[in-house]
Design a protein around this ligand. Structure first.
Ligand SMILES: Nc1ncnc2c1ncn2[C@@H]1O[C@H](COP(=O)(O)OP(=O)(O)OP(=O)(O)O)[C@@H](O)[C@H]1O
Ligand SMILES: [Mg+2]
Length: 257
C-alpha cells in the first residue's frame, strides 16, 4: 500500500476550486515532485494534507490511517511534517535552539522551562542537544550551531527550516519551494542535502518547486497541477515532453506577459 493515498480531494474557497477532485498516491521512499503554474493549488494541497485547511471533500490516508480533517499537530505526530514556502525560523535564537524548539513544535517555547532544573532534565537536555547536532550535521550546518538564525545566508536558512522539520521525526516530508530564489551554488547544496536525508533517513518526500531544473533533478516521479487539477504524472523526462504541461506553462507565461 502507498504511504499516502489521496482520493477525490477538493478544497474550495468560495467559488474557487483551488484543489479539485485530486487522486494522488505517494510510495514509501520516493521523492515526488509537485509542479504547476502560479495559483495551480500546490500550497493549498500541502495545507490540506497537513491539516491547516479542512478539505471540502475527499479522503487522505497516511500510513494506513485516515487523517482527513485532523489537526496539524495530530498529523505531525503521526509523521507527516511540512516546511513552509516562506522560511519560518525563530530569528533571534541560535541555529541549535531552533532545532531544539523543533523537537517540541507544539509545546513551543515551554521547552526552555524544562531545560533549567533537575539533573534528570539536564540529562534529557544533553540527549536532545546530541540529537539536534546529528540533524544539523546531516543538513551540513553543524558548524553554524551558535549563529543566530537571522544571520544565516538564504540557503542555510532553508536548510535550517528542513532541520526543524526533521526534528519532528517525519516519515513523509512536504517541502514547499526549498530552493526557489537561491543562487546556483545554494540550489546545488540544498538539492544534494535533500537527496542525502532521503537516503540516510529512508524518508518519503513531496517537493513543490518552481525551479524546474531542480524539480526535475530531484524527483523520481512528478505530478503536474493546473487550476487545481492533475494534468500529468510521470517521470521527469515524460513530464518535460508532455504537450499539455508545456502548454500550461506557456499559457501561464502568455497570461503573465
Ligand atoms: N486562504 C485562501 N483564501 C482564498 N483563496 C485562496 C487561499 N489560498 C489560496 N487561494 C487561492 O487558491 C488558488 C491556489 O493557490 P495556491 O497558493 O495553492 O497556489 P500555488 O500553486 O501554491 O501557487 P504558487 O506557485 O504561486 O505558490 C489561487 O487562486 C489562490 O489565490
Ligand atoms: Mg505555493
Amino acid at each position: 500500500m502507498a504511504l499516502l493515498e489521496i482520493t477525490k480531494l477538493s478544497k474550495h474557497f468560495g467559488g474557487l476550486a483551488a484543489v479539485s477532485e485530486l487522486d494522488l498516491q505517494v510510495e514509501e521512499g520516493e521523492i515526488l515532485g509537485l509542479i504547476g503554474p502560479n495559483g495551480a493549488g500546490k500550497t493549498t494541497l500541502f495545507n490540506v494534507i497537513s491539516g491547516v485547511y479542512r478539505p471540502t471533500s475527499g479522503k487522505i490516508i497516511f500510513n494506513g490511517e485516515d487523517i482527513t480533517g485532523l489537526k496539524p499537530s495530530m498529523i505531525a505526530k503521526k509523521g507527516l511534517v511540512r516546511t513552509f514556502q516562506a522560511t519560518t525560523l525563530f530569528d533571534e535564537f541560535t541555529v541549535l535552539a531552533n532545532v531544539l524548539i523543533g523537537f517540541h513544535p507544539h509545546a513551543g517555547i515551554a521547552i526552555w522551562g524544562a531545560l533549567v532544573g533537575t539533573p534528570a532534565t539536564r540529562q534529557r537536555e544533553a540527549a536532545l542537544v546530541q540529537q539536534a547536532m546529528e540533524i544539523l550535521d546531516l543538513m551540513g550546518i553543524a558548524h553554524l550551531k551558535d549563529e543566530l538564525a537571522t544571520s544565516l545566508p538564504h540557503g542555510h536558512q532553508r536548510c535550517l527550516g528542513i532541520a526543524i522539520a526533521m526534528a519532528a521525526n517525519p516519515k513523509l516530508l512536504l517541502l514547499d519551494e526549498p530552493v526557489t530564489g537561491m543562487s546556483r551554488e545554494e540550489t546545488a547544496m540544498v538539492m544534494a542535502t535533500i537527496r542525502k536525508i532521503r537516503e540516510q533517513k529512508g524518508l518519503t518526500i513531496i517537493v513543490v518547486e518552481h525551479n524546474m531544473r531542480a524539480a526535475m533533478g530531484l524527483s523520481d516521479r512528478m505530478v503536474v497541477l493546473n487550476y487545481g487539477r492533475k494534468i500529468a504524472e510521470g517521470s521527469p523526462q515524460e513530464i518535460s515532453e508532455n504537450p499539455e504541461v508545456i502548454e500550461a506553462y506557456l499559457g501561464a507565461e502568455r497570461y503573465a506577459a
